[in-house]
Design a protein around this ligand. Sequence first.
Ligand code: NAD
Length: 296
Amino acid sequence: MATIAFIGLGNMGGPMARNLLKAGHAVQAFDLSEAACAAARDAGATIAAGPGAAAAGAEVVITMLPAGKHVREVYTGEGGVIASAKPGSLFIDSSTVDVDSARAVAAAAEAAGFAMVDAPVSGGVGGAEAGTLTFMVGGTEDAFKRAEPILAAMGKAIVHTGGPGNGQAAKICNNMILGISMIGVSEAFALAEKLGLESQKLFDVASKSSGQCWSLTSYCPVPGPVPTSPANRDYQPGFAAALMLKDLKLAVEAGQSTGSPLPLGGEAAQLYTLFCNAGFGGKDFSGIVNMLRGQK
Ligand code: NAD
């Protein structure tokens, strides 16, 4: 069992840190929020005074922070992780951030003699609580092998996707497919309604035809055909539209920095911007069907 620094104890990081404690690891935790620290203390973590203090003495440092700027600050800032960690420790960033930040921080860690992986997740808060997250891991083979048993306490699928930054690359490419496919499925249901075709009938055909996809058969955006989908509970997330928009913006940014045209990814980002600006950022992302039906 290891001593693990855990920095960022929000909706995802809080339950992830609890699963590490349950697995028998010692956790030295830090978050800017006192309430988040208190919850981690109640679960058995010791609370450190800052990111550097959390990292000092730990064999592994895990971060679960909002965005690239927070990750850069926590690792490379004054009194940050790189300045304070013990030689030989392993860094794991599970936040969803831009690929450029992931690669820059991994390079700074490597230059200081530390191994680092980016290991963003899918599975949401439910997956974080149940310990069933999927991790997409970018880093060297050696760093991946060291990270794998630690990540296993928090997830069920751990996939090595290549070198530094490739965990983030896999995450934004996957979520861009998801955002685009959800809009495609939603448009089809909106059109079917205007054509007098019942939702269930469209589902019965498309789920067995070439229109079949996860957004249709596992997460159908209209109530009825898939009883477990958020459409049946007033679009309570699930996966909030604001998080989908964040990931689509990261994809658009990566498209710009690599010169990759993303006509549909860009359009999906614009539609989710409209949906979020209309006040629906906290609703499940499949709720965009109502905007496309003209009934926010
Ligand atoms: P959150 O806002 O609930 O938690 C982030 C935490 O980081 C907060 O508690 C905040 O106080 C803390 N924090 C910010 N700056 C800090 C700093 N400098 N030092 C220490 N703590 C700091 O967010 P979340 O929902 O837990 O998401 C975390 C990451 O996981 C994000 O990158 C998000 O995109 C990603 N993610 C979230 C979900 C989800 O369903 N919530 C799913 C997949 C991935």
